[in-house]
Design a protein around this ligand. Structure first.
Ligand code: ATP
Length: 314
């Protein structure tokens, strides 16, 4: 698989505080990578590093295969656009004027691409209206248009829907999908809004206390969160045979346990098993929500204490 971004043992300290504590992550080309972690997990720190706004204390990363310690990294960064924290917008300028300013900063030869970009983000009809009078969602979309000015093929968005109303969230969601599907842009999106990310992400990276806890594709995550029934029986061989006969999907977990996916007729299954001499010892329904999956990964702690986090490294 081709990766746009790869980090290896990336560390960033603020004094004694380890904001990134050996982070390993891989963003596949073409992905919408949901970078998930609670407040303070280290998401923005990672983004600042890859944007070149700060330097790592240890470890390195690769952008398009170029190592962060190589001078050529500057070229790789030109292929990347980012909206970090709040979008960098001149409040007293219109959308078009903001775009022109960015084109000048990038030294682009003309303003030809601007109308198309403004249309892409749904700001083509804002005329002379100044950014200060835009809604939060419009500002966020203008920030994205500015980040797209250099025609990047990798776009990094830090908490893009934070504070937006439902309509604003839908607009950003649709824009992200369009950028990915129609323009082939790889996206790295940091967020702690799991449910929102679950609608669009193709891959997830769950970060906690500056470390990657799990990287998983959306398909694998869906599988992991699927409704299932866990059966403990006296003979798993008989259970497998009966499940095959009924045509149910299942996974054998041990010599006495199996997980069955999809809807099952519990009574029919129990009777068939009993007919063949297999006893059901326990039956449990499991339905893991994305939220639960995440909380299980990070140890169920929603707000780790600062002392706990520091103590780990001292
Ligand atoms: P959020 O969702 O709140 O933005 P985050 O995952 O983006 O969280 P970071 O902004 O990367 O988290 O911060 C990680 C930790 O590093 C936080 O505890 C934060 O207080 C700390 N931190 C970030 N920047 C600095 C800094 N410049 N100086 C000192 N500590 C910092």
């Amino acid at each position: 698989m081709e990766y746009v971004l790869k980090t290896a043992n990336l560390k960033k300290y603020y004094g004694k505080y380890r904001a990134l504590d050996g982070l390993d992550m891989c963003v596949p080309k073409g992905a919408i990578y949901g970078f998930v972690g609670k407040n303070g997990a280290g998401k923005t720190t990672l983004i600042r590093l890859i944007c070149g706004l700060q330097k790592p204390n240890e470890g390195n990363y690769e952008l398009y295969g170029i190592d962060s310690r190589n001078k050529e990294i500057v070229k790789s960064r030109r292929r990347m656009g980012a909206v970090v924290e709040s979008p960098s917008i001149y409040q007293d300028m219109s959308a078009r004027e903001n775009m022109e300013q960015q084109y000048r900063i990038l030294g682009l030869p003309d303003f030809q691409g601007i109308p198309e970009l403004l249309k892409l983000v749904g700001l083509e009809n804002t005329g002379k209206k100044k950014a200060v009078n835009f809604s939060l969602g419009m500002r966020q979309r203008l920030g994205i248009a500015i980040a797209l000015a250099g025609s990047p093929d990798f776009l990094v968005l830090d908490e893009p829907v934070n504070g937006l109303d439902p309509q604003g969230i839908v607009e950003i969601r649709e824009l992200i999908l369009r950028l990915n599907r129609e323009q082939g842009i790889t996206l790295l999106i940091s967020s702690h809004m799991l449910d929102e990310l679950a609608r669009i992400a193709t891959h997830f990276g769950f970060i906690d206390r500056g470390q990657m806890v799990k990287e998983i594709s959306a398909a694998q995550l869906e599988e992991a969160c699927r409704k299932r029934i866990c059966l403990r029986v006296s003979d798993v061989g008989i259970l497998s045979r009966v499940l095959d006969e009924i045509g149910l999907e299942y996974a054998v977990l041990s010599d006495s346990e199996a997980e069955i996916y999809g809807k099952i007729g519990v009574t029919e299954l129990a009777l068939r098993l009993s007919d063949q001499g297999c006893q059901v010892e326990s039956m449990q329904e499991r339905d893991e929500s994305l939220e639960n999956y995440y909380l299980n990964l990070v140890g169920g702690q929603l707000t780790p204490t600062e002392a706990g986090r520091r103590g780990k490294h001292e």
